[in-house]
Design a protein around this ligand. Structure first.
Ligand code: DAH
Length: 346
């Protein structure tokens, strides 16, 4: 039977539920529960017909008043939630704080360095050409004058797909691929990923990057090689940088050299970066070996050329003071992000 007590209790619990609501879902549940079509207050109002006639006006008035009160409380709570203010959270946030920026990625540091190196060589008339990572033994070794039983192969062990197909150990095979299809003058650079069977340590990785260069024409000499490499190093590392050519052996160049740059940290005095020598090795280079020309069908008496190959990872490490080659491929954003914020890197 409906009486004042029941209605009073209904009012109390409805108002309590509404005031406790901390989000729209809870508030909506309270509404449905009490003043919705099948809500407790609504059905009490409907049941008024069942009480003795003389009590109906009084009870009807009472329930109606409660329904209005509860509806008002609902409206008030609704606008409170909409404005973000609620009793439980009187400080919804500091509206003067700057908004959140959208997260934005950036290019990988090795990609950036490759781009920068490419720009410098484009300026000297080099064009870009690329070759496959999965390479034939023929291009990676044989045609570069590494016979199959030659010990010079030992320094470049790699991952073999089968006897004839392997993961390339250097970008030099692109030289052969390009010369097979093009006649001189040839002036190309070829960046890319290379692979070696190495145990990773701070300066070795089983996967790294190289930039190959090749220039073949009539009367190309070592002076031209020195000129282009000097221009590159001075442009990239600063005008005071000096180059040094040390005799070396590579099967596909003769004469061959390892190229050192004067240490940009100590300016040649000797420090920990250059191992106290004042010089830092940055690439291999030399004059294209006549056997390579024979493999690609170039006239050995007519043309000469030079080639060079640098480790992009190493250049990046020197340029940005990175002390471990493994950082490049760990995909750790704490490392990679630093280079996105560098000036001029947008
Ligand atoms: N491919 C050589 C290496 O990975 C580097 C190199 C040396 C490239 C001499 C050249 C070159 O083009 O002429 O060790």
């Amino acid at each position: 039977m409906i009486d004042g007590k029941i209605i009073g209790e209904l009012e109390k619990s409805a108002l309590e539920e509404i005031s406790k609501a901390v989000n729209f879902k809870e508030l909506e549940n309270a509404r449905i529960n009490y003043i919705g079509r099948k809500g407790k207050i609504t059905s009490t109002l409907r049941a008024i017909g069942k009480i003795p006639e003389e009590k109906r006006p009084e009870m009807g008035q009472l329930i109606n008043d409660v329904k209005i009160k509860v509806s008002n409380a609902y409206e008030a709570k609704n606008s409170e939630l909409s404005s973000g203010l609620s009793d439980k959270d009187p400080y919804p946030g500091d509206p003067t704080l700057p908004g959140r920026k959208n997260w934005q990625g950036g290019l990988h540091v090795l990609h950036k360095v490759t781009k920068e190196i490419k720009e410098i060589f484009y300026g000297m008339g080099y064009s870009l050409t690329e070759g496959p990572d999965v390479e034939l033994d023929y291009y990676n070794f044989e045609a570069l004058n590494f016979p199959s039983d030659h010990p010079s192969r030992d320094a470049q062990d790699t991952f073999y797909i089968n006897r004839d197909i392997l993961m390339r150990t250097q970008t030099s095979p692109v030289q052969v691929r390009f010369m097979e299809k093009n006649t001189p003058p040839v002036r190309i650079m070829s960046p890319g990923r290379v692979y070696r069977n190495e145990t990773p340590d701070p300066s070795h990785s089983a996967e790294f990057f190289q930039m190959e260069g090749l220039y073949v024409d009539k009367n190309v000499s070592m002076v031209d090689l020195k000129n282009d490499l000097t221009f590159f190093v001075k442009t990239y590392f600063g005008y005071e940088a000096k180059l040094r050519f040390r005799p070396h052996f590579f099967p596909f160049t003769e004469p061959s050299a390892e190229v050192d740059m004067s240490c940009f940290v100590c300016k040649g005095e000797g420090c920990s970066v250059c191992g106290k020598t004042g010089w830092i090795e940055i690439m291999g280079a030399g004059m294209v070996h006549p056997n390579v020309f024979r493999f690609v069908g170039y006239e050995q008496d007519l043309y000469t050329g030079f080639a060079f190959g640098m480790g992009i990872d190493r250049i990046a490490m020197l340029k940005y003071g990175i002390n471990d080659i493994r950082h490049f491929l760990n995909n750790d954003l704490r490392f990679l992000e630093q280079f996105w914020r560098q000036k001029g890197w947008e």
